[in-house]
Design a binder for this molecule. Structure first.
Ligand SMILES: Nc1nc2c(c(=O)[nH]1)N[C@H]1C(S)=C(S)[C@@H](COP(=O)(O)O)O[C@H]1N2
Ligand SMILES: [Mo]
Length: 372
């Protein structure tokens, strides 16, 4: 019945059977981190050349297993504090009004492995990001059909995938405040870049919440429940918080902090990924985004001297914006860096403030190149 998930969320598995990871580490990468990083891949930085990321190059983050969903028998249920419960199959969803939006998704844990000490989880470097065109039904349209009751507080989204995290068995589930859920650009997507959703990106249906870190965009969506009390599921109350220490309740993670990345110029060394560049003119390029407001500017530093980059056309909404910067490469070793600022005045830090889960790291990217 409708309560089972919430009850399962509060059941704790015996600690001896499912160890909770130890605190942050300064040591070498652990086998558990390696295992996670082989399952969850980032976007190779050269893919920043493309405005739209092909599905195989878009980053992927899946906590548990990718479910194998048979779409003819799959249904989405909308229930809880609504005037009428809805149950919709894919055929009904495809008949509903559809929108397509370019959206940059970034994992809230992006940059985690650069922190010292390093929180033990998916060990992202810098590239847990991607931009796709998502097509689907505006969530507000379906919530309108269901009729959200006036005393509703949040909307809870639950995926088909299940597992154990922090000793707590649960389906992956996240909530949004009602006013965010009713934004016209929050979409229940069944297409990515014009094609059916790939299994790893949430087939047959996922939520896409533009501007929020990726954890809000629940994949393999099965249930939408309007609730009158704050949702306390694991992924809401324990995970995705800016915490100073293990026992700090912290603040919830929501919108994407401003960030820019550059395509590493030249060619890489296979093992170290160090870059080799020919002397002469080089067009540096990259993209910048923010979930808190449009990108207002990007600066590029060559050996520590910052200069404004040229911004490309905004793609609209919460999609990244291209930038370019001409550079005349002189023989020797150089350090390139880029830094974006958004319309709220927020800018990327030169050194990241540490937090216990390694969330919201938006430190400036530095690329070391040898010109020869
Ligand atoms: N059902 C479900 N939805 C999920 C997740 C998950 O593990 N299960 N991971 C979330 C996280 S943390 C991120 S960053 C994004 C990643 O989306 P992508 O794999 O399509 O890039 O999906 C989110 N939605
Ligand atoms: Mo994430």
């Amino acid at each position: 019945m409708t309560e089972t998930r919430e009850h399962r969320q509060s059941t704790t598995v015996a600690a001896e059977t499912l160890p909770v990871p130890a605190g942050p580490s300064n040591g070498p990468l652990t086998p558990e981190e390696l295992q996670l990083s082989a399952r969850n891949h980032s976007m190779p930085l050269e893919a920043l050349r493309r405005e739209v990321t092909p599905p195989g190059l878009h980053y992927v983050l899946t906590h548990f297993d990718i479910p194998d969903i048979d779409s003819p028998s799959w249904h989405l249920r909308i229930r809880g504090a609504v005037e009428r419960t809805l149950e919709l199959g894919m055929a009904a969803l495809r008949r509903a009004p559809a929108i397509t939006l370019p959206v940059t998704l970034e994992c809230a844990g992006n940059g985690r492995s650069l922190l010292e000490p390093r929180p033990l989880s998916q060990p992202w470097v810098l590239e847990a990001v991607g931009t796709a065109h998502w097509t689907g039904v505006p969530l507000a349209y379906l919530l309108g059909k269901a009729g959200v009751l006036p005393d509703a507080l949040e909307v809870v989204f639950t995926g088909a995938d299940m597992g154990v995290q922090g000793g707590v068995p649960h389906h992956y589930a996240r909530s949004l405040p009602v006013r965010e859920a009713l934004r016209p650009d929050v979409v229940l997507a069944y297409k990515m870049n014009g094609a059916e959703l790939p299994p790893q990106h949430g087939y047959p249906l996922r939520l896409v919440v533009p501007g929020w870190y990726g954890m809000a965009s629940v994949k393999w969506l099965e249930s939408i429940e309007v609730v009158k009390e704050p949702f306390t599921g694991f992924q809401q109350q324990s995970a995705y918080r800016y915490q100073a220490s293990a026992d700090d309740a912290g603040r919830p993670v929501s919108r994407i902090r401003v960030r820019s990345l550059m395509v590493p110029p030249g060619v890489p060394d296979f093992f170290t990924r160090g870059r080799f560049v020919r002397p002469g003119p080089v067009m540096l390029q990259g993209r910048a985004w923010s979930g808190e407001g449009a990108v207002a500017g990007v600066e590029v530093a060559i050996d520590g001297t910052w200069l404004p980059a040229r911004l490309g056309k905004p793609a609209g909404g919460y999609a990244w914006r291209g930038w370019t910067m001409p550079w005349v490469a002189e023989p020797g070793e150089h350090v390139l860096a880029c830094r974006a600022t958004d319309v709220t005045g927020a800018t990327q830090p030169l050194e990241q403030n540490w937090n216990y889960q390694g969330m919201g790291n938006n430190v400036v990217q530095r690329v070391r190149v040898i010109v020869e």
